[in-house]
Every structure is written in C-alpha cells, then in structure tokens.
Write a protein that binds this ligand. Structure first.
Ligand code: PLP
Length: 382
C-alpha cells in the first residue's frame, strides 16, 4: 500500500493536510527577519482562541514533552510538594518529570478507564495544604479518558496550588477555556489536532504562574520561559525555531478558522459518537464506558477474548492500509485505539468503520457486518 493511500488513525501524529505540506515547502527565511517576526507574532496571537486565553502563547521547538518539561522546570523547585493525577502513560510522564526536578511527588493514581475525581483532589489538598502544583492531563491518550479540567480547577478552592494541564492530544479538538477555568499552565504539541508534523510545542501561563516562574530556583536554559516571553512582543524566539513548521502553522490555523473553531470541536464530537456507536453496534466493548468522560479525539475498543488484537492491527494495516494504535503497558493486546483528530471528518469515518468491519471478519470475529456503519450513519442523520 502506498503511504499516500494509507489512513493514519493513530492518536498522533495525525495526517497533515496537503495545503499545510505545500506551505512548508516555501523557501527558508531568516528567523530574525522582519518577515518571520511578522508571521510569528501573527500565529502566536491566533493560537490564543484555541487555548481560551488572553495570555501569551509561547512556541518551543521540540515535541510536546518539551513544553511539559518547560512547565515543570519553571514551576517546580527542588523539595516542592506536587500532586500528579496519574490515570495513564502521560500522567506517569508528569510524575517522572516532577521527580527529575526534585519534587516530592504525591501520585493520585486512578483506574485507567475512569477520569480523575475532583473531590479526591480536594481531599489531597486538605491533607497537604503545602502542595504547590497540580499536574493533570486533559485527554489521556493512553486510556482515551477525557478529564474534567474545570472540575479539577474548582476543586482547588482557596488553595494557591497552580494547575498545570497537558492538552497535547486535545487542544484544537476539544474545548479549552484556560482563563475561564482558571488553569495556570497549558501545554500542547503540533502533531495532533493542529494537523502539523511533530516538532513544535506550545505553552501558555497565567499571571499567577508567572509569579511562581519568576521565583523558581530550578536550573533551566533552553526551557527558561522568561526568555520565550521576552521575545514575543518582537515576534522572536530565544533560539532558532523550526521556521518551516511556523509556515505550516499559519496554514493550519487558516484551515481551523475557515471551518470555525466551534465547528471543529463539534466535528470531533460527531466522530467520537460515530466510532463509539459503531463498535457498540458490532457487539464490541468500549474501554471507556461513559461518553461523558470519553475522549473526543481517540476511542479505545476492547478486543481481547474475541480476537487477536495485534493481528487485527496488522491485517488492517497490511491488507487495508488503515493504521490504528494498540494499547500501552497492561493494555497491550487488549485494546486498539482509533485516533479521529485533526483533519479527519465524519465522511472519512464511514469508510474507516466499514473497512474495520471487513478486517474484523477477516480475523475471525463474528460481527453483524454493516451494523457499525449503520450506527455511524444514524449519528449523521439524527
Ligand atoms: N501528552 C499526551 C496526552 C500525549 O498524547 C503525548 C504524545 O502522544 C504527549 C504528552 C507527548 O508528546 P510528544 O510525544 O510530542 O513529546
């Protein structure tokens, strides 16, 4: 199967629209040129509605984890007590990062198929009023759970703890209202809902966060957010940015704005419902039971006991060019995850679901062929 004909439905990187690819083929320009500075100022400002903030959005050249590390390096000083919500691989990453900066980490570990409970967070804060930072993940890609970020933020009550949120696999595909929800730091990456190749990380900080950042004592250089903030009014980054990705970002933002952010978010919800309803109609079980806290950008289906999940993924990829992700850690071989983020549309999903049904039959799973497509169609006619 030619790569161009493959359907990449992993939860990132997601497919890059051809107009974004073309935009990135523009000739290189100097990153201190007036052209670049004008472009960079413009795209940085146009990112704000996606974050739901009036604060600056800073751009770091690096993967999403670069922005995660920047958040930790700038807010955690050695010995600080932090609370980390761990319901999957990316919650674990927050804990590892905080540990590596010398934090005393309290891990609130919860079942991977459920969201973090804001009441439990309130209880931790009551027991440990000296918690300085809370780390959470909006969309836990490994478990496909969508956490209640406004609920977690509210659970802080009068606590001065900062709330730092990983929105790497959700921002631009799921509502985020940083200012209205009172979130202090939000991080995301380029290769998911923003429809770009990997390589850019984005981070926004509240005024409260900046106060902590100024006083923080952790060593930092490439990730010193003060340097990123200083350059922004001039359209500058402290180090040479990935200029090509900034070209691409401009076009990706054109695409999001042309569709309208509200419509983009709605489209992700429609694809979520189509996918969930389709696999339920086929008699398969969803890993996240309740739509209320299921991810709008990636859906996990349980296959263990019915068919060999890893073989199914192989058949899907080799025979049909449909690429989906497997499970991570204890979920390997148990679930497969379908990423429906970025430029995917409900019309695409009809074809994907139809193909996934055929592959299920090929691996010997007894399903009512066509029932998934029908359920997905019903979402579109309702
Ligand atoms: N956080 C979440 C929720 C993710 O899905 C990912 C990537 O899959 C990351 C963080 C890490 O991003 P990156 O691999 O770009 O460093």
């Amino acid at each position: 199967m030619y790569d161009e004909k493959k359907a990449l439905l992993i939860p990132g990187p997601s497919p890059v629209p051809s107009r974004v690819m073309r935009a990135m083929a523009r000739p290189m320009i100097g990153h201190r040129s007036s052209d670049f500075m004008a472009l960079f100022s413009e795209v940085a400002a146009r990112l704000k509605p996606l974050f739901g903030t009036e604060e600056d959005v800073m751009v770091i050249t690096g993967s999403g984890t670069a922005a995660m590390e920047a958040a930790v390096a700038n807010t955690v000083s050695a010995g600080d007590k932090v609370l980390v919500c761990v319901g999957g691989k990316f919650g674990e990453r927050w804990a590892e990062l905080a540990q590596s900066y010398g934090a005393e980490v309290i891990a609130y570990s919860y079942d991977w198929s459920t969201p973090a409970d804001p009441q439990v967070i309130a209880n931790y804060l009551e027991k440990h009023p000296d918690i300085k930072v809370i780390f959470a993940t909006q969309n836990e890609t490994s478990s496909t759970v969508l956490n209640d970020i406004p609920g977690i933020s509210k659970a802080r009550g009068n606590s001065s703890a900062l709330l730092v949120v990983d929105a790497v696999s959700s921002l631009g595909g799921v509502e985020f209202a940083m200012d209205a929800w009172g979130v202090d730091i939000v991080v995301t990456g380029s290769q998911k809902c923003l429809m770009l190749p990997p390589g850019l990380a984005f981070i926004a900080c509240s005024q409260r966060a900046w106060e902590v950042i100024e006083k923080n004592t952790s060593p930092r250089y490439y990730f010193d957010l003060r340097a990123y903030r200083k350059g922004l009014p001039k359209g500058q980054t402290p180090f040479t940015p990935n200029v090509q990705l900034i070209f691409g970002l401009e076009t990706a933002l054109d695409q999001i704005e042309a569709e309208g952010l509200a419509n983009v978010l709605k489209r992700h919800r429609v694809m979520q419902k189509m996918t969930r309803d389709a696999f339920t109609a086929l008699g398969l079980e969803l890993f996240v039971k309740d739509e209320a806290y299921a991810s709008p950008t990636v859906t996990a289906v349980l296959g263990e006991g019915k068919f060999d999940v890893e073989n199914y993924r192989k058949v899907l990829n080799k025979d049909f060019g449909v690429v989906v992700a497997g499970g991570q850690d204890h979920l390997k071989g148990k679930i497969f995850r379908i990423g429906h983020m970025g430029q995917w549309t409900p019309v695409d999903m009809l074809g994907v679901i139809a193909t996934m049904e055929v592959a299920l039959v090929k691996v010997g799973c007894d399903i009512p062929l066509g029932a998934g497509v029908r359920a997905a169609q019903e979402v579109l006619v309702s």
